[in-house]
Structures are given as structure tokens and as C-alpha cells.
Design a protein around this ligand. Sequence first.
Ligand code: ADP
Ligand code: MG
Ligand code: ZN
Length: 474
Amino acid sequence: MGEWEAVIGLEVHTELRTATKLFCGCPNAFGVEPNTSVCPVCLGLPGSLPVLNAKAVELAITVGLALSSRIQPSQFHRKNYFYPDMPKDYQISQYDVPVNAGGAVALRSGKVVGIVRAHLEEDTGKLVHRGGGGRIGGAEYSLIDYNRSGVPLLEIVSEPEISSAEEAKEYVSELRAILVATGASDGRMEEGSLRVDANVSVRPSGSAELRTRVEIKNVNSLRSLGRAIGYEIERQIAVYEGGGSILQQTRHFDEASGETLPLRAKEEANDYRYFPEPDLPPISPLPAEVERIASELPLLPAGRRSRLFELVEGASPDQVEVAIAEEVWPYVTASIDFGVAPELVLARAANELVALIGDAGLLTPLRFAEVVALEERFSPSQVKLLLKGAVGFDGTVEELVARVGLSSSGAEDARAMIKEVVEANPEEWGRFVAGDAKVGGFLLGQVMRKFGRAISGAQARAALDELASGAAGE
Ligand code: ADP
Ligand code: MG
Ligand code: ZN
């Protein structure tokens, strides 16, 4: 790129994990029969009135606190535009006074991306186009599902401080981890519960100007986000270098061709005729409520990361990333609290636990901790067998040991295994006892070949030496 640098600001829409919708009592449900989770309010029928969902406000504040935003009194507005997925012909959204103002997301690289605001709004329904490849253009007809209409959304708007496609992906994955850790979102991009619009412009490297931006819609995975931004950066540079200019546009990312295509000229705020929603009073969060929410914030991804790096000097960053993931973290904290060495916890979590995670509902964090703690008595491979055996097993730890077929002491097992190999190789054994140390390697090799996954090299060596010193003394 050299002479040009990219300027990127992201708008992340996240569906909040409430039981019901933002302004009515309909279930906030994904994947149910179309148009079954609807009522006069979320269908926009005349005479219906919105009632604000307090849980949605609480989750919005939770996210605001996690992003170090200022939590402020706020107000809903009507954003007026016509689209068939929006039955009222206006969307209830926060406009100039959002619940959360300012804030930041610190990326793993150390870069900090500023947050402009995070505001509450209602989701629209969902159009499905039939025929013509599912695109509105060539479709024969369209179907509409209003189940999503009125689902609470939090729109998190970043400052234009992201500088590359890679950094945009990093930002979204860090933000996603924060949203999941706070319980505000399930973070499922593939189900549309996290949706990203990317604003992209380019400028001469080192300049501070903000040139005309393009907004890319419909990116539904991190990979597509990276591709769409990468394409758009190159396109804009080529336009400028060809002496052209960029139009302020909304563009659509086409998965198949990897291109962004113009969708429409970008609207300005005044096109929407915003005005205060007369059916909803302003919201003024009580300081005591905000304090309570702050006191209940969980340890966020950045805090989890630094805790692990503090506990394990020189920890593998890859293992740490796995360990702080939402579904793994409870196992990690349970094991550390149980007294297992943190480096061991990291290794078992990143390797064995993630392989079992599909079944992990059947393996409680405490049971994981108990089994990993057994590594004092058993070899790593035996512990791995125990972990597998522990899935769905609810007896005691000793019962688990017996069930997996290990005797209660790892050393005893090792002795039995060595004995078996020694008896099968009497000649080599004789030479070893007579002092030919080289044969030791052969005997250990036989042990490992036969019992490898159930015994550690060190245990086998110790048992072999013990048996040999006993034999020599006879
Ligand atoms: P709109 O309602 O028009 O989408 P918002 O204020 O909600 O406007 O969002 C604007 C987004 O565009 C923000 O994320 C902001 O960082 C980003 N942005 C603003 N100017 C530029 C620019 N010149 N280049 C890239 N991104 C920009
Ligand atoms: Mg916007
Ligand atoms: Zn409803």
C-alpha cells in the first residue's frame, strides 16, 4: 500500500440475550417457526404501545461498563424510513443521547480503539427472497418473518481508528469476547446475533484527513469482514490513483465474487427525520443500579489474559487464548482454585479439554479440576485417559480410577507393566541386571510400545531401576 493508509470504523450490532423483545412480551427466540413470536406491538399494529424491557437496558449498561463508557440518561427516537421488514415504517432507536457514550476496546496487540457510543434499538424483521439466487434483484417473490422484529439490539460504534482488515477482525473478535463474557450476547455471527457494518476510506499515509467513506453491509463472518475490507481498500486506492473520486455509498459484499457492489447512495441523518419517541419516557439509570451492575461484572477477556500471564511466566499465548474462551474459562478457574499448578491447567485445558468440549456439559469444572489434580499420582497419558473416562461419569474420583482400569497408584501400575516386559524378555533382563545399561533402553522401549499411552517414560524408568536393584540384591 505504501502511499495510502486505510481508515476503518465499525458498527457492530449485537442482539441482546433477553428472554423477551425490547418493547413487548414476545419471546426473543431464534430459529422458531416464522411469524409465531409476534404480537400487535412488534407487528406495528395501530394503537399498540411499546413498554421498555428493563433487562435490555441492564445488559446495555453492562456492556457500556465493560467498554469503560460513560453511562448517561438517554432517550428513544423514531428513525423514519420505509422498508417492508419494518412494519411501523420507523425504527425505535437512540439518537443523540445514547445510553453509553465514549469508551474503548484494547486489542491484544496493545492498540486501543475508541468507542463513540453504544445505543439501544429494535431489530427489524427478516426478508427471504425466493428465486434469483436469493438476491432481491432477480427474486420471484419475497417472504417475511417478523419474529426478529423488536428484538433488542445494541449498536456499538467505533471511532475511525482501525487501520487494516486484520485489525478490524481483531477488534471484532475482542469485542465479541467481551459481549459473550458479560452475558450480553451469544456472539453467534452465523445466526446473525452479531452483525458488522464496515466504514472504509483511504487517505495518503501519515495525513490526518478523513476522506469520503463507504459503508459495507452484510458481512456475516470474520473472514468475510477481512475480505470485504481488503477489497474495498484496494478499490478506493485504484480509484484515487486513476484520478477519480469516491462516492459516499452503501455497498454490499458479494461472497461469491469477493467484491463490494453499490447498493444505494448513503443516507444522511436528516433523511431519517428523527424525532423523540412520544410513547416512551427518557431513561435515567439510578447511580446505585449502575454501581450494582458494575460490581457484578465478570472478569473480562483482557483481565483473564493478564491473570494467566501473571500466574504462568512465559505462558504460550495460544494456550492462553484457548483458556480464556467463554466455554473453557470456568474449567480453568475451577482447577486453579482447586490448587492445580497453573501451567498444568493451561496445557490440559488447551489440549485435552477442548477435544472434549462438545461433551463438556457432561464434565463439570470441578470434576475436570479433580482429575487434572491426579497428575501427581499418574502419568500425563493416564490423566488423559481419566479425563476421557470422566465425561458423563458421576461416581467418585477413586471409582473413576478403577473404572478406567488403573490401580489406585500409578507407581504400582508401572511396576506391573515392567514385570510383564521383563518376563517376556528374560535374556535382555539378565544382561541389564548384570550391568549392561544399554539394554535398559530396549526394555523401556518394549514397555512404551506395549503400554505407552498409560505410563510416562519417567515412571517406567523409575520402576525398571527399582526392579533391577531388587534383583541385583537377591
Ligand atoms: P451512520 O449513522 O451514518 O452510519 P455513525 O455515526 O453511526 O454514522 O457511524 C459512522 C461510522 O463510520 C463510525 O464507526 C465511524 O468511525 C466511521 N467513520 C466516520 N468517518 C469515517 C471515514 N472517513 N472513514 C472511515 N470510517 C469513518
Ligand atoms: Mg450507522
Ligand atoms: Zn411482540
